[in-house]
Ligand binder design. Structure first.
Ligand SMILES: O=C(O)CCC(=O)C(=O)O
Length: 306
């Protein structure tokens, strides 16, 4: 896909792994984002949630603008020819309901032609205990199914079976994980004594329209997918609106096509992982070298012998 990072090494890394970690916000910016969240924080909400599922349109717009304004200079330093979309807070309360199963995010661009990304930046240090992000490195290359309100992503709980494939990425407050929307990711329960707050936004190549798919069966029983052109309002109008399967009123349909993808059952998911990362050792850990692509193997070989 087209290079979106100014730094070619970051570009290669994200193409290969599906994510990169970058230094991002400073202390003052973290404080400003924390303070703003306190203004719109909702009461009595457990588990993991975002302001776009909890707050009203005006608050979501203000939160988005705040996040985008603080992120923008760093985005301009790091990325090229791209636009920012949908700044949001994601809150993981320190309770038993705060697990976010492993999933892929919705398609936000036509992934046959473009890649799109999330910048996820925690506002406190994050590790295994308080719900750092876990990813399956390279999983953005493995599945091509669509993900949208009417065709949800895979949703795989954390388990022994999944454990060998996972990497949990500890990051300091203000460091960001940039990941492709089709990378399989999630986060465990927050077992610390305080909520974990993160701010995030989408990054889209300038040439890519933001989209949302709508899967349905037509009157003759054929499986179909409409493509809506969307913008930030889709998120800010309160995401639970759309999760009921409602049509995306107010947004234009720019394409209609038959559903022609490979659905991913849990069985298909684990078979695909086993085929792509075949070596698991006796301690139930993936043998790391299996994660390397052919390109990395050739580079390693060249570095070793020349
Ligand atoms: O913040 C988290 O723990 C997970 C967020 C996430 O997976 C998402 O927003 O898709």
């Amino acid at each position: 896909m087209r290079q979106i990072f100014k730094d070619i090494h970051l570009h290669k890394q994200i193409e290969e792994q599906g994510y990169v970690v970058i230094p991002f916000l400073g202390v003052d910016e973290i404080n400003a984002l924390n303070l703003f969240y306190e203004r719109i924080a909702t009461e009595h909400r457990n588990g993991i949630f975002t302001n776009v599922s909890q707050n009203n349109y005006d608050e979501n717009v203000q939160a988005g603008q705040k996040i985008e304004k603080i992120f923008a200079p760093h985005i301009n330093n790091t990325f090229k020819e791209c636009y920012i979309g949908g700044g949001t807070y994601v809150i993981k309360k320190n309770d038993a309901e705060s697990m976010f199963n492993m999933h892929q995010d919705w398609n936000n661009v036509q992934e046959e032609e473009h890649s799109s990304y999330t910048i996820w930046c925690p506002l406190i240090d994050c590790n295994e205990t308080n719900g750092a992000l876990s990813v399956i490195r390279g999983s953005h290359k493995l599945f091509n199914n669509i993900r949208c309100t009417t065709f949800p992503s895979i949703n795989i709980p954390f388990s022994e079976k999944l454990a060998p494939y996972l990497e949990t990425i500890s990051v300091k407050a203000g460091e960001a994980i940039v990941f492709t929307h089709n990378l399989v990711h999630g986060s465990r329960v927050n077992q610390s004594n305080q909520p974990r707050l993160a701010a995030m936004c989408g990054i889209f190549p300038n040439e890519a329209q933001q989209i949302h798919y709508y899967y349905y069966e037509n009157s003759t029983g054929n499986k179909m997918v409409d493509t809506y052109a969307i913008n930030n309002d889709f998120y800010y109008q309160n995401i639970t609106n759309w999760l009921s399967g409602k049509r995306l009123d107010g947004f234009e349909i720019i394409d209609t096509k038959p559903y022609n993808y490979q659905p991913i059952s849990e069985e298909v998911f684990f078979k695909t992982l086993a085929n792509n990362f075949p070596k698991i050792d006796k301690t139930n850990k993936l043998v790391k070298t299996e994660r390397l692509s052919i390109t990395s193997k050739i580079t390693n070989f060249l570095n070793k012998y020349f």
